[in-house]
Structures are given as structure tokens and as C-alpha cells.
Design a protein around this ligand. Structure first.
Ligand code: PBG
Length: 339
């Protein structure tokens, strides 16, 4: 027999059995880490499938209550709500966003009443409401007008808080919106409403399926929706950290990086620079590419899904918005009862 190598350190020792692998695992995924993004739409008799996001549906408010009750049973603590409006409810100023009887507000009231244990996160941005699909109102040069948009977003955040939102999530990337929203919330007595800031939101091609889901792509028509005037350049990391620092100074409670998977370097650097909790959004395109490859038989759906989420958590996310939330929570529950 050849004599063994004189190795003091043999890292493989701790990989030799499932027990040892479990004992030394550094990062774990739990249902409490996951936030389910949900789409709500009026006038649906059945939940409506979204073609480019297999397994994701638009729900009417009643169906959404049922879905949230199921998520709650699975241990999911929070949902992020996105309204899908008909073109007839949209205009250039996104007026519908400030109507207390709009779809989102009606849904919020219903969810607060029927699923009180669920933390409700609402998106503060104008894109579901504008006829041009941009996140804000436009100036005469058809650029998004920062300061007028911030004014509207502040009122929108107060309306959401008043109606039952626990966490407002500005996803618009306007300058100064966190300070303005914090001030508006406090002035209306909503000092406990949390601000989850989409701080490092990149101008990403991975949002494609979402834009189909909420109809902002259709609203923009044949011209492709260009948000590079406010969302971050994918080539920039220092600028992302600057945005996050500004949001923190302005009063954000939680900072978010979006998309997640292709931007783990940003997440990791931000983890080192701030003491605030971090969220990451595994966006529609990240979901779609895993689903598509799985449908082709090229990737294992469950394994790839779990690995993609574990990697996001390992890089520094405390919480992950993901369209896989329900499936993962179900799988985790099954595993627990199987032990
Ligand atoms: C816009 C918004 C977007 C997403 C969430 N909020 C897309 C965009 O900026 O056009 C994308 C989420 C996803 O792709 O899953 N306010």
C-alpha cells in the first residue's frame, strides 16, 4: 500500500457524510427569508397565467387573499404587490396611482382584513399607471421629471400606508425620494411604516417578463422601454454603493439590490459597507431562464432554483424577493416533515 500523503489539513473529511455536511453548512434558506411578489388584476374568473413566467399567475383580489393564506401557512411572512391595470386606467401622469379606490388600495384593505398576519409590501413607482410605462411623469423633452415625480411618489407612499401597507418600496430610482417619502410619512403620523429602498436597481434586460406581466411593455408600444435615465448602468458598482449610501442617509430602513444573481458582487460589497438589512430581488428574467432551461430538460429545476437562492443569501441578502417563494417554502416544509 502506498503511504498516505502527509497532509495535516484534509478539507474533504468534513464532506464525507450528509451529517457532517449539514453540520458545517454556513448558509441556510428558510421560508422566513422569502418574499413572494404577487400580481393583482381585476375581472378575472380564473387566475391568469403569465406566459414568460411559468407557474406565476395574475390573481383577482379574492384569489389573492386565498393565495396569501396559503403562503402564510407555508411560513412566508411578506408579499410584494404589483397591480396590472387596463390601458383605459392609465394616463401620462399616472393619475390612478393616487386614487384611494384603485385596485391596489382595494386589495390592500382586503388583505389587511383577511390575512392580518401577512406583512404587506407595496411598490412605489408610477409604471403600472402611466400610459408610457415609465416610472415617473415626463417633462417637455420626454425625460422623467425627477422632482415632480418625487412629489407624486410621496403622496402615493402616504396613501399606501393609510390603506394598510406595512412596507413601502420605492422602485423608481428618482433622486431624493427616500428623504421626501420619510418626511411625508412622518408628517402624516406613519412613523412606523418601513421604507424598503430599491437602492441599487440596474437598468436590466432581466425585467422583460415582469414588464409583460404588469403591462408596462405594452403601454410603451413598439418602442422598447428605456429606463437608463434613472436606473443604474450595469457596468457600475461604485455608483451603486453611492446610491445605497444616499438612501441610508435619507432614512431607508432596508436596502435592496436588483437584479440579484448577476449582481452578487454589489450585494457582497454593500454587506460590508452598511449595517442595514439587505434585500435582493431575484427578478422575472432570472426566474424565466431557470424555468426555460428546466423545460428543455437542460437544468434540474429544483436544484438550480435552490442553488440560485442560496447563492444570493450567501452573498449577503437577509431577505429575497423571488417568484420561487411558494415552491421553495413547500419543499422546505416537506423536508422538515420528512426528517
Ligand atoms: C418598476 C419595477 C420593475 C420590476 C419591479 N418594479 C421593472 C422595471 O423597472 O421596468 C421588475 C421586477 C422583475 O423583473 O421581476 N417599478
Amino acid at each position: 500500500m502506498p503511504s498516505p500523503l502527509a497532509l495535516t489539513r484534509r478539507p474533504r473529511r468534513l464532506r464525507a457524510s450528509q451529517n457532517l455536511r449539514d453540520l458545517v453548512q454556513e448558509t441556510h434558506l428558510t421560508a422566513a427569508d422569502l418574499i413572494a411578489p404577487l400580481f393583482v388584476k381585476d375581472n378575472l374568473s380564473e387566475p391568469e397565467a403569465i406566459v414568460s413566467m411559468p407557474g406565476v399567475f395574475r390573481f383577482n383580489p379574492d384569489q389573492l387573499v386565498t393565495e396569501c393564506l396559503a403562503l402564510s401557512k407555508l411560513g412566508i411572512r411578506a408579499v410584494a404587490l404589483f397591480p396590472c391595470l387596463p390601458a383605459t386606467s392609465k394616463d401620462a401622469a399616472g393619475t390612478e396611482a393616487l386614487d384611494p379606490a384603485n385596485l391596489l388600495c382595494r386589495t390592500l384593505r382586503q388583505l389587511k382584513k383577511s390575512v392580518p398576519e401577512m406583512t404587506l409590501i407595496t411598490d412605489v413607482a408610477l409604471d403600472p399607471y402611466t400610459s408610457h410605462g415609465q416610472d415617473g411623469v415626463l417633462d417637455e423633452k420626454r425625460e422623467v421629471d425627477n422632482d415632480r415625480t418625487v412629489e407624486i411618489l410621496s403622496r402615493m407612499a402616504v396613501l399606501h400606508a393609510k390603506t394598510g401597507s406595512d412596507v413601502v418600496a420605492p422602485s423608481d430610482m428618482m433622486d431624493g425620494r427616500i428623504a421626501a417619502i420619510r418626511q411625508a410619512l412622518d408628517a402624516s403620523g406613519f412613523t412606523q411604516t418601513v421604507i424598503l429602498a430599491y437602492s441599487a436597481k440596474f437598468a436590466s434586460a432581466y425585467y422583460g417578463p415582469f414588464r409583460e406581466a404588469v403591462g408596462s411593455k405594452a403601454a410603451a408600444g413598439p418602442i422598447s422601454l428605456d429606463k437608463r435615465g434613472y436606473q443604474l448602468n450595469p457596468g457600475n458598482s461604485r455608483e451603486a454603493l453611492l446610491e445605497a449610501r444616499l438612501d441610508e442617509e435619507e432614512g431607508a430602513d432596508i436596502l435592496m439590490v436588483k437584479p440579484a444573481g448577476p449582481y452578487l458582487d454589489i450585494l457582497q460589497r454593500l454587506r460590508q459597507e452598511t449595517s442595514l438589512p439587505l434585500a435582493a430581488y431575484q427578478v422575472s428574467g432570472e426566474y424565466a431562464q431557470i424555468q426555460a432551461a428546466a423545460q428543455l430538460g437542460w437544468l434540474d429545476l429544483e436544484k438550480t432554483r435552490d442553488e440560485s437562492l442560496l447563492a444570493i443569501k450567501r452573498a449577503g441578502a437577509n431577505m429575497i424577493l423571488t417568484y420561487f417563494a411558494k415552491d421553495v417554502a413547500e419543499a422546505l416544509q416537506k423536508n422538515l416533515s420528512g426528517h
